[in-house]
Design a protein around this ligand. Structure first.
Ligand SMILES: [Zn+2]
Length: 257
């Protein structure tokens, strides 16, 4: 399992070689870009965009142009999320559409991005709410001629806010049993402990929320460590060390932290 540390600070790409997870929303308005010294993955920021607007306001062409620029100028881009449609009930309510329509749009967007830029590492994402939804979404990819078992990575969406539940564990194990190499979006420590061994990779910003409610580390002068690199790296080391050995965490870059 490869773990991507979530950060709000794109500058970290130039300052640590641990795998990082950065949102398009944090990079979109920047004139200059950092050069990554370690692998990183790009989140499309869909959850925020659909929460705020009830629709995608970013055009697929603009997103692709940005991904291409990040791949060239930042470098070391492991993969990028598509412009997928999350299926949490409150997001579906926000868009006024149905889970089935979110899934249809998620698959159609992936197909559009892949067709337009087959050389960019954009990953397909499964969206849904119930286990049957996810199976249906996998079938939609199949019908579109996309063999998910031959993809290096398949994102698993809309699970992060219920990752510690039996249902989430069942979704992860069932999809992994279909032969998919899954990325768990936004997994926290407990979710990783129960399902991490079925994931090829995961990302988390949980450290930042945790730090916001705690006093800063000794000697730190900021109000809290919610955007603090030493705090985040120490948290990451602790999380990976706490996972059972059968999770086989890949701690690439840890030594260089
Ligand atoms: Zn700090």
């Amino acid at each position: 399992m490869r773990f991507f540390l979530g950060t709000h600070q794109p500058d970290w790409l130039a300052r640590t070689s641990v795998p990082l997870f950065v949102s398009y929303r944090r990079l979109a308005n920047r004139k200059t870009l950092p050069r990554a010294i370690g692998p990183w993955a790009l989140d499309s920021g869909g959850f925020t965009e659909l929460s705020m607007h009830g629709e995608w306001r970013t055009a697929p062409g603009a997103y692709l142009t940005a991904v291409r620029r990040y791949a060239d100028e930042i470098g070391n881009l492991a993969w990028a999320a598509p412009m997928d449609w999350m299926c949490e009930p409150w997001i579906v309510q926000n868009t006024g559409l149905s889970v089935a329509e979110h899934q249809r749009r998620t698959v159609a967007n992936f197909q559009q991005l892949r067709d337009a830029a087959p050389n960019l590492p954009i990953v397909p994402v499964l969206q849904g709410w119930s286990l049957d939804d996810y199976q249906h979404c996998a079938d939609l990819y199949d019908k579109a001629g996309i063999d998910l078992t031959s993809e290096p990575l398949v994102g698993l969406g809309s699970v992060c806010r219920r990752q510690a539940t039996t249902e989430a564990a069942l979704i992860v194990t069932t999809l992994a049993a279909r032969g998919l190499r899954l990325h768990g979006f936004g997994f926290k420590m407990h979710g990783l402990r129960i399902a991490g061994h079925h994931l090829a990779s995961a990302d988390s910003l949980a450290w930042s929320y945790e730090a916001r409610h705690k006093p800063p580390m000794p000697g730190h002068t900021h109000k809290n460590c919610a955007n603090c690199r030493p705090y985040a790296l120490a948290w990451r080391t602790r999380v990976l060390a706490s996972l059972p050995a059968w999770h086989q965490p890949i701690i690439d870059g840890l030594e260089a932290a």
